[in-house]
Design a protein around this ligand. Structure first.
Ligand code: PLP
Length: 365
């Protein structure tokens, strides 16, 4: 027997979610597959088959393996240090975001050295104070980019920004960021740039606000069934199951786990499960957290340890070896990732990207 724990990735769910999203907008869809496809592995090919036309990742290091795997579609990498491996990016036709004047200058100088032309997306901060150039640099950035275009070292294919509060549909900051993005594109065009793609929306705005779609939407979470706006029902693509290791019978008042953080209320059965925070189960968890055993939801008793946790299965005659479903799309009554995110005080994105390396991953077609 291999690992008792399996993370099943439902490729059909990724395909269906991508199709639905692509059908809901006139913009092109960039499938965001950073962090190993939000922990889902080979999502890139599925999303491209299902209607996405481009891929987006964070670093150049994340982009290159996609080329090595034979992906021909355009790939954008948007977060790199100034001294990143630009040469490899250019050699493999990876498009690069320029979030500062220094980045733009370095990209142009590496392209010059290589006799190449870099495809660049100028990245503007419109209200998040995170990634992207400050508005005060925008005119200079456009002018510099135009000089590099004349020189033949850069081609500006995109203008991008990112929304801070898109998961609150109708928020005035989103309106403001959209107007600033529009104005930035006009400035760029007035400086002689001809970007093919203006792009701003990620999943939440793609699902709720067509006015933010421009030419391209960058969708990550939604492909995997996560809807931060809670306005649709996309299909979860991950199911985490494991098997009971041992079962013991205990009396009322028995303390369980580190710190004796749980006392059994009555005589009951405790089932040990070989999953802990090293496998991605959050340690900070509300007492409401449940998993599914024999079609019933049972509580987690006491603290989650690094490698294991204990279930209070009450009177159920659970046996060692029985299957436990931690989360899934919800078809059989198992908790969803959205429920887990609530119990852990986090968002689904964090849960899907932190499943640990000991978990056996199985791709279901
Ligand atoms: C992660 C990321 C996205 C995708 O966001 P989702 O909400 O997961 O769709 C889009 N754009 C940028 C810049 C990102 O970092």
């Amino acid at each position: 027997m291999h690992s008792p724990t399996t993370l099943r990735i439902d490729g059909r769910a990724i395909v269906e979610n991508t199709r639905r999203i692509a059908a809901s907008t006139r913009a092109e869809v960039m499938a965001v597959v950073k962090a190993d496809g939000f922990g889902h592995g080979r999502a890139a090919l599925l999303a491209l088959e299902a209607g996405a036309t481009r891929l987006g990742v964070t670093s150049i290091e994340e982009a290159l393996p996609l080329r090595w795997a034979g992906v021909e579609a355009p790939i954008l990498s948007w977060l790199n240090p100034v001294d990143a491996d630009i040469v490899s990016a250019l050699r493999h036709r990876i498009e690069l975001a320029a979030p500062s004047l220094a980045h733009l200058a370095r990209i142009a100088s590496e392209a010059r050295r290589l006799g190449a032309r870099a495809s660049v997306h100028l990245h503007l901060d419109t209200g998040m104070s995170r990634d992207g150039a400050p508005a005060s640099d925008w005119r200079t950035m456009c002018a510099l980019a135009r000089e590099y275009e004349r020189e033949g070292t850069v081609r500006v294919v995109g203008i991008m920004s990112h929304l801070a509060r898109a998961d609150e549909p109708g928020h005035p900051l989103t309106v403001r960021q959209r107007l600033l993005t529009d104005a930035a594109a006009r400035t760029a065009r007035s400086r002689g740039l001809t970007p093919r793609f203006v792009h701003l929306a990620a999943t939440a705005a793609t699902l709720t606000d067509p006015s933010t779609h421009f030419d391209l939407v960058r969708v990550g979470a939604g492909l995997y069934g996560i809807d931060p706006s809670r306005t649709t029902t996309l299909r979860g693509a991950m199911t985490l199951t494991t098997h009971v290791t041992t079962v013991r019978e205990v009396r009322a008042g028995t303390p369980v786990g580190y710190g004796a953080g749980y006392l059994t209320r009555e005589a009951t059965r405790l089932a040990l499960v070989p999953l802990g925070y090293a496998d991605g189960i959050p340690r900070a968890l509300s007492p409401d957290a449940r998993v599914l055993v024999r079609g019933r939801r049972v509580p987690i008793a006491g603290a989650v340890s690094m490698d294991q946790l204990v279930l209070d299965v009450g009177g159920m005659p659970v046996q060692a070896g029985e299957e436990v479903t931690v989360f899934g799309p919800g078809d059989a009554g198992e908790p969803t990732l959205a429920e887990w995110a609530g119990w852990a005080g986090t968002i689904e994105h964090e849960l899907v990207t932190r499943v640990g390396p000991r978990v056996h991953v199985e791709a279901a077609a």
